[in-house]
Write a protein that binds this ligand. Sequence first.
Ligand code: NAP
Length: 275
Amino acid sequence: MEKHFAVIGDPIAHSLSPIMHQAGYKAAGYEADYQKFEVKPEALGEAVRGLKALGFTGWNVTVPHKEAIIPYLDELTVEAQRAGAVNTVKLMHNRLLGHNTDGSGFIRSLKDHLELDKGKKIAILGAGGAAKGIAMALTPFNVQLMILNRTPERAAELAQRVCEQGGQATQEAWGWGEWIAQADCLIQTTSIGLKNEPYPFSLEGIRPGCLVVDIIFNPWETPFLKSAKTMDCQVLNGIDMLLYQGVNAWEFWFEDQAPVEAMRRALYAACKPIR
Ligand SMILES: NC(=O)c1ccc[n+]([C@@H]2O[C@H](COP(=O)([O-])OP(=O)(O)OC[C@H]3O[C@@H](n4cnc5c(N)ncnc54)[C@H](OP(=O)(O)O)[C@@H]3O)[C@@H](O)[C@H]2O)c1
């Protein structure tokens, strides 16, 4: 029987998830489809009930619904509970299970570039849904997080959540500060740069060789990453995070290993116009 999957968000037109997942189904020989649906915030509850009624096996959740969807679900995995955000839903025995693969996907993409121990200092810029997923996924590692956000209460809340879970985190003031010179890695998780806009503060004083990550991948190189490059930093965009959050969602839905290389090829080919 054909299985149905989707991604819901607003906006959603440019989502690459259908291309990546459909390539996976083809490579694995699965009968399944993956669609994208624009869902306005006021229609979220109705959309969730509709997807359930139509028998969708699972769906991804993107901006701005990752936190708002929680009250509509029956259960959360440990990863979703830790992150306080959901990017993957699975319909199981007529119950909706919310999960988070943003964090685990990010860790899978980061591990090629950074050793996640030895007390590394990692600055997380932003405290939204993606930042929560990333911070909580980093919590079990021996790393020190420095979290800063435009709305400081959200950074404080996230730092407290990390500490409650046994991790190490401090809150820093939003903007340029001494934390920059201490960081071994910077992870930019805000939506600044999606429209190619410049970052609101400079990276003056950053250590050369510091790994600077922007989880945005369209534009391929945000002004933030461009400025990091001029300061001799290693840079990484968010395409592999997208790949691995999709791979992990795929494995959560099918309880089977995903065809990673087929999904990667499809994703990178789809990104050709923006690279
Ligand atoms: N590569 C991937 O696979 C992947 C996965 C998930 C998300 N993303 C990207 O990550 C970004 C954030 O996603 P999200 O789900 O975390 O969104 P979100 O929950 O809405 O959080 C948005 C974050 O951006 C901050 N922000 C927005 N506009 C700002 C501005 N003008 N100045 C300062 N801070 C600003 C918010 O700060 P406040 O708290 O002050 O509002 C908040 O920290 C998006 O660009 C999304 O495309 C990429």
